[in-house]
Design a protein around this ligand. Structure first.
Ligand code: PLP
Length: 427
């Protein structure tokens, strides 16, 4: 049987129409199929490959760690070099972020984003002694039952009820809704830039107001930086540069808990939630082992993550994200594109409808060799869970200007070929 046949026979399917691209190897922004098909990855495996695929520094760190040890013991018992070094570097990356409860100096490592969200929810409930959690409409925080309960889209939740009780939803960006945050609320969980909602960047003043309301009501503020962190929006963490053009001291909106995953591992699975020690301390007692994981903080993933973090910081990849994002905006100009939203290299190009967008995505992804001797890569884009009329554009931060020009040119060509086709069909 071919790999494709085995995929359909034995891999649990999540839709009736998976992409089913067969990939043999990957490097930088490119993926390669078994017979040499080339694809340019404009979505970083959904927000993961911020340093590109198989970055040499990440490979070297993984290989070096493989030569020492892999799993030794469940989370939290042994002193493991890659874990403690990564925790130190993560805390340093927060630039001394300090809340009412002290500096964010403690890191709990998980395997995934959803698992980190679960841990943050538990810590918030224990620390505050409150049960109500507030999340946003159109938010996505993961697919486990706790994270799903926070999800702001009924369609994904309906058939999995009962989910967690005492969860409320507010509109991301609505000042009026802030009144719903009260002294009953354990935590507000929010993306700094909403991803699956179709890349919605809030008014910086709104995020400051959320912070103020949480502080006033003794509510913890949890920022889900799973898509936005590790340089994606133009600063290392999105919360560090909420307002452009004001004094650096006023740019940050510091949460009480930061949640990370995705791009953090440079292609290896890892997540984390980070908080001041007094918050984290709640999981030590009553019961002890209040949050446990076998593989969380796997040493190979931690080594990969540290190399990723150092690469982004040493090469200041985040500093160029906004300029590259602007280049994409300047190139992707077409009557069918209604607007381009976003920050840094986290972008959404909006079309009239899913019906207009989907054929463009399908056309762009097909590698083509129209011109003899010249092959053109397929361009991998996508839409969003809760925004199906917008094209996801979030390439590796390492993408070059030439690669951006190539990708945008091929997207425009795909739009044009379909537009012409559709027009011809209408005549
Ligand atoms: N939070 C956000 C903002 C995400 O985009 C995602 C995944 O897309 C998650 C949480 C869940 O992360 P994971 O898929 O690693 O569980």
């Amino acid at each position: 049987m071919t790999h494709r046949q085995l995929f359909f026979q034995h891999i649990a399917q999540t839709t009736d129409f998976p992409l089913a691209l067969e990939i043999d190897r990957a490097e930088g922004v490119y993926l390669y199929g078994p017979t040499g098909e080339t694809y340019l990855d404009l979505i970083s495996g959904i927000g993961v490959s911020n340093v590109g695929h198989r970055h040499p520094a990440v490979l070297a760190a993984v290989q070096a760690q493989l030569d020492k040890y892999m799993h030794l013991m469940v989370y939290g018992e042994y002193v493991q070099g890659p874990q403690v070094q990564l925790a130190q570097a993560l805390v340093a990356s927060l630039d001394g972020a300090t809340t009412t409860y002290g500096p964010i100096d403690n890191v709990y490592f998980t395997n995934s984003g959803a698992e980190a969200i679960e841990g943050a929810m538990k810590v918030a409930k224990r620390f505050t002694g409150r049960t109500e959690l507030i999340a946003c409409h159109n938010a996505y925080h993961g697919s486990t039952q706790g994270a799903l309960s926070l999800s702001g889209d009924e369609n994904f939740k309906r058939n999995y009820r009962p989910l967690l009780p005492d969860i409320r939803h507010i509109h991301h960006g609505s000042w009026a809704d802030l009144q719903q945050i009260t002294s009953r609320t354990a935590a507000v969980i929010m993306e700094v830039v909403q991803g699956e909602a179709g890349v919605r960047v809030p008014d910086p003043a709104y995020l400051h107001a959320v912070r103020e309301r949480c502080t006033a009501t003794g509510t913890l503020l949890i920022f889900d930086e799973i898509q936005t962190g590790f340089g994606r929006t133009g600063s290392f963490w999105a919360f560090q540069d909420v307002a452009v053009g004001v004094a650096p001291s006023q740019r940050a909106v510091v949460p009480d808990i930061v949640v990370s995953a995705k791009g953090m591992g440079g292609g290896m699975p890892i997540g984390a939630f980070m908080a001041p020690e007094p918050l984290m301390a709640v999981i030590k007692n009553n019961p002890m082992l209040g949050h446990i994981t076998t593989f969380g903080g796997h040493p190979v993933s931690c080594a990969a993550s540290l190399a990723t973090l150092q690469t982004i910081q040493n090469e200041r990849l985040f500093a160029d994200a906004e300029r590259k994002g602007q280049l994409i905006r300047s190139l992707l100009v077409h009557p069918l594109i209604r607007e381009i939203r976003g920050k840094g290299l986290m972008l959404a190009a909006e079309f009239d409808s899913f019906e207009v967008l989907k054929p463009i995505i399908d056309r762009a992804i097909r590698p083509q060799s129209n011109v003899p001797g010249e092959s053109r890569p397929g361009i991998i884009t996508d839409w969003f869970l809760f925004c199906t009329n917008s094209m996801r554009i979030a390439p590796p931060l390492t993408i070059t200007d030439d690669e951006i020009r190539l990708a945008c040119g091929l997207i425009l060509a795909s739009i044009d070929s379909l537009a012409t086709h559709q027009l011809a069909a209408m005549v």
